[in-house]
Design a protein around this ligand. Structure first.
Ligand SMILES: Cc1cc2nc3c(=O)[nH]c(=O)nc-3n(C[C@H](O)[C@H](O)[C@H](O)COP(=O)(O)O)c2cc1C
Length: 202
């Protein structure tokens, strides 16, 4: 099939997200100017640069009171966020933190997650996650919207601190089969990393 998104796909469900999959999940913790901690998953997330190590996530949603999704707003206003690796063991807690709740609600508490303090930035880390990246916001882009009721923000951040659990470091390498990251596919589907294969570059 072929379709132009602006004209519609004609399928029961939008296939777009299944066409770019699996997508890593940026489980992003932030803290508001008022000091309220926030945690939410973003699958429009990726690592985009090595020098300096940089990640991005994009938040998209209806205009509501106060505007942007809390995560994007906090990362822009305070200049800091933390990426936490979402894993198979933490899948239910990750999902719980996607609930649209009041800005005053701390999603760590909502999902029963323990906080670990960060070293260089204020937002806390998800203690049970085996990898966390402390980030400083470097750029925020407001991308064009095709729906006037929806606001788009892409947030880039430089990774200034990296935490890796000793339990997944084997012979100096991160063993992802031990961490079991989960990733977003289309519809309600997820993927889990359980098997790796290696290729040598030509
Ligand atoms: C796995 C998963 C991935 C998500 N990815 C995104 C995303 O990339 N962009 C987005 O705007 N919302 C995404 N969401 C929805 C947000 O997590 C949700 O709107 C959340 O309430 C935002 O929280 P906040 O307002 O505290 O930032 C995703 C939800 C789940 C469960």
């Amino acid at each position: 099939m072929f379709y132009e998104p602006r004209l519609g796909h004609g399928l029961p469900h939008d296939p777009f997200k299944a066409c770019v999959a699996p997508r890593p999940i940026g489980w992003i913790s932030t803290i508001s100017r008022e000091g309220v901690v926030n945690l939410a998953p973003f699958s429009y997330f990726n690592a985009v640069l090595d020098f300096p190590p940089t990640v991005m996530f994009s938040a998209s949603g209806p205009h509501r009171e106060g505007g942007l999704k809390d995560t994007a707003r906090n990362a822009e206003e305070t200049g800091e966020f933390v990426y936490n690796l979402a894993t198979w063991d933490l899948r239910d807690q990750m999902n719980r933190t996607s609930e649209a709740v009041l800005r005053e609600i701390d999603e760590f508490d909502l999902a029963g997650l323990e906080k670990a303090p960060s070293r260089l930035v204020k937002p806390p880390r998800v203690a049970a996650s085996p990898v966390q990246l402390e980030c400083r916001t470097t750029k925020v882009l407001a991308l064009p919207t095709s729906r006037p009721d929806i606001e788009n923000r892409v947030v880039f951040g430089e990774v200034v601190g990296v935490h890796i659990a000793e339990s997944i470091l084997i012979n100096g390498q991160v063993d992802l089969t031990l961490a079991k990251p989960i990733a977003r596919c289309g519809y309600s589907d997820y993927a889990v990393v359980e098997r790796l294969f290696a290729l040598s570059r030509p």
